[in-house]
Design a protein around this ligand. Structure first.
Ligand SMILES: O=C(CO)[C@H](O)[C@H](O)COP(=O)(O)O
Length: 226
């Protein structure tokens, strides 16, 4: 079964978690695109929800599918945040940011009462590190910031699209870091956050309450305590 099909299965199952009257936090990425489209169908059928979004892209898609999107600052409560991930470890640590929306994704997940993460089976790992760790940095003095990151043992590479640095919704840049054996955990996150020029990392510790893993013939549900 393809990864796309596994993502689809997880996303379709997740839509059943959405109840009338909820404000839903929308993550970003291809899995979330499926979720948003499916949620839009439910809204067309009469489900009443509002959303806040972790990216301009997800907000646009949601609006195209008839889902009302509010500014994050206006939301008084986010009952359920749904998002994808690039890696989920057996201990519930997430690596995110493959789509470049990590900072807003973290803000939305942190604001939510319940956090549901959707992945395909290949992303469930014993330990994180195979996926290059995204780190959002300030463009100014980026070479010096990258050098500071390099001193932690990581190997950062500036994310480039169409020969230009990839620019996040926050006007910042992303470096993707080969982990080269460095353990990806909360203490690496804290170490990176102390570096001037680093705004956020793709390490999300204790931010998944529930994970739905799309598999060949079923969706596996894991629960983690914060
Ligand atoms: O963190 C993310 C974007 O910043 C995504 O959730 C992550 O990259 C997974 O994406 P996809 O569902 O396309 O595999």
């Amino acid at each position: 079964m393809s990864r796309e099909r596994e993502k689809e299965l997880a996303a379709w199952t997740a839509v059943d978690w959405v109840k009338d009257g909820m404000t839903i936090g929308l993550g970003s990425g291809s899995t979330m695109n499926v979720f948003i489209e499916k949620l839009g169908e439910r809204v067309q059928q009469g489900l009443s929800v509002e959303a806040v979004s972790s990216s301009v892209k997800s907000a646009r898609l949601a609006e195209q599918h008839g889902i009302r999107v509010r500014a994050m600052e206006e939301a008084t409560a986010v009952e359920l945040a749904v998002d994808g991930a690039d890696e989920v470890t057996t201990k519930g640590l997430l690596v995110k940011g493959g789509g470049g929306s990590l900072l807003r994704e973290k803000l939305v997940l942190e604001a939510a009462e319940k956090r549901l993460i959707l992945i395909d089976a290949g992303k469930y790992v014993q330990a994180a590190g195979a996926f290059p760790l995204p780190v959002e940095i300030v463009p100014f003095a980026y070479r010096q910031t990258m050098e500071r990151i390099r001193r932690t043992g990581l190997e950062p590479e500036l994310r480039v699209r169409k020969d230009e640095p990839f620019v996040t919704d926050n006007g910042l840049w992303i470096v993707d870091c080969q982990t080269k054996g460095v353990t990806v955990n909360e203490s690496l996150h804290e170490q990176l956050k102390q570096l001037t020029g680093v705004v956020e990392t793709g390490i999300f510790a204790a931010m998944a309450d529930d994970v739905l893993i799309g598999k060949t013939d079923k969706v596996e549900h894991l629960t983690f305590s914060r």
